[in-house]
Design a protein around this ligand. Structure first.
Ligand SMILES: Cc1ncc(COP(=O)(O)O)c(C=O)c1O
Length: 421
């Protein structure tokens, strides 16, 4: 063990898990160098955060310019123009016709918490429906909405009440969209009157849960059910947002507009910022002072977010996400004959995953997924696993990754999968 690892173990709660022991020294676009000068290709992007790459020059320039003006006034005390301008941009960009409004926060979990607060306030109802396998953060409401007990909920109870989980439509794991809709029907008959439900929250592509994309017909039906019972639909786009899926927001793939959209991660290009954008009438329900936060919409992060939106548009990152994802999925597909453990290769844009089972069986193979991750790390490629069974490798490289680095990573990935079997 390195002395830094010893110091880390002595100083930091073990609850803060770590997938690598690489201590970052510097990072540029899709590469990270550690303290010993080793170079890594980053296929994690800080968990879907630096979609525009580490230290994109335009993001750095925008933050530096803001540093020279002011770093914090608290928008609730002395507001600033770029916060207003960023809200205007998100109101235009988030799917949905009609007037929209935005409030800024710092983390994804905080955006989720506030979306639920706003939904409860507007509807005057308490119930919230979420999905098994979903992930919505580590705060109390985020954790309660999350549909995975280990390690996120175990021992932290009691959870917030009036949160109900449905099976996520996932044919690979035996849940058809019809099964999930039947479960909703049963929920409304057996457990909670739909007239008491404030919102249904869904990730358009489950992130931590395994990169499963919700079928379009299912989202459309959810929208109809929400309209029928005056329930709000919340799209949690914290991981799917900002060009990752080949669109600015994943809900664009379905042609369905949520009432409220939560976002974070990719928005700040590495600086902490999150947001809730939604129908103006809904967003205006809470009284002044009911929303906000000391650091919410920090000026440096807001400046970074403007640059991120410019870069996504100017560098055509939605199309690039689609192209990169196609190449990755083709490469994985070319291994299928040699690697029968591969049961699925999926994901819109560059939000891709490969899932492993035991050979010739339906049993998940988390050991293989983990060995692939370790083999890749030993070859200086950083990968992340995910999924309710831990048998999925997810790919989240920056969308700005240079072609040569991407090709190198694909070669390492293939070698690592072959070596891990
Ligand atoms: C869909 C989704 N919602 C919420 C969160 C929580 O975000 P944060 O970790 O910034 O609180 C995450 C984080 O992974 C996420 O993927």
């Amino acid at each position: 063990m390195s002395s830094l690892t010893d110091r880390k173990n002595a100083a930091i709660s073990r609850g803060v898990g770590m997938t690598t022991q690489i201590y970052a020294e510097r990072a540029e676009n899709a590469e990270i160098w550690d303290k010993d000068g080793n170079r890594y290709i980053d296929f994690a992007a800080g968990i879907a955060v630096v979609n525009t790459g580490h230290r994109h020059p335009r993001v750095i320039e925008a933050v530096k310019a803001q540093l020279d003006r002011f770093t914090h006034t608290c928008h609730q005390v002395v507001p600033y123009e770029n916060y207003v301008a960023l809200a205007e941009r998100l109101n235009d960009a988030v799917p949905g016709d009609g007037p929209k409004k935005t409030a800024f926060y710092t983390t994804g979990a905080e955006a989720v918490e506030n979306a639920i607060k706003i939904a409860r306030h507007y509807t005057g109802r308490a119930g919230i429906v979420a999905f098994a396998g979903g992930f919505h953060g580590r705060t109390f409401m985020g954790m309660s909405l999350t549909g995975k007990v280990q390690p996120y909920k175990a021992g932290f109870g009691p959870m917030m009440n009036d949160v109900w989980h449905l099976p996520f439509p996932n044919p690979l794991h035996g849940v058809s969209p019809e099964d999930a809709l039947a479960a909703l029907d049963r929920l409304f008959k057996a457990d909670i009157d739909p007239a008491r439900v404030a919102a249904i929250i869904i990730e358009p592509v489950q992130g931590e849960g395994g990169f499963y994309e919700v079928p379009t017909a299912f989202v459309k039906r959810l929208r109809e059910i929400c309209d029928q019972y005056s329930i709000l639909l919340i799209a949690d786009e914290v991981q799917t947002g900002f060009a990752r899926t080949g669109k600015l927001f994943a809900m664009e793939h379905h042609g369905v507009a949520a009432d409220l959209t939560t976002m974070a991660k990719g928005l700040g290009g590495g600086l902490p910022i999150s947001a809730v954008t939604g129908r103006a009438e809904v967003m205006d329900s809470p009284a002044p002072g009911g929303l906000g936060g000391t650091y919410a919409g920090n000026p440096l992060a807001v400046a970074a977010a403007h640059a991120v939106l410019d870069v996504i548009a100017d560098e055509g990152l939605c199309d690039r996400a689609t192209r990169l994802g196609q190449r990755l999925k083709q490469r994985l597909a070319s291994l299928r004959d040699d690697v029968p453990e591969i049961v699925d290769i999926r994901g819109p844009g560059f939000m891709n995953a490969v899932e492993f089972n035991m050979p010739g069986s339906d049993s998940p193979n988390p050991e293989l997924a983990n060995r692939v991750r370790e083999q890749a790390l030993s070859r200086n490629l950083i990968l992340l696993t995910c999924g309710v069974y831990g048998n999925v490798i997810r790919f989240l490289a920056p969308l700005t990754i240079p072609d040569a680095v991407f090709d190198e990573a694909l070669d390492i990935l293939e070698e690592s999968i072959r070596a891990a079997r």
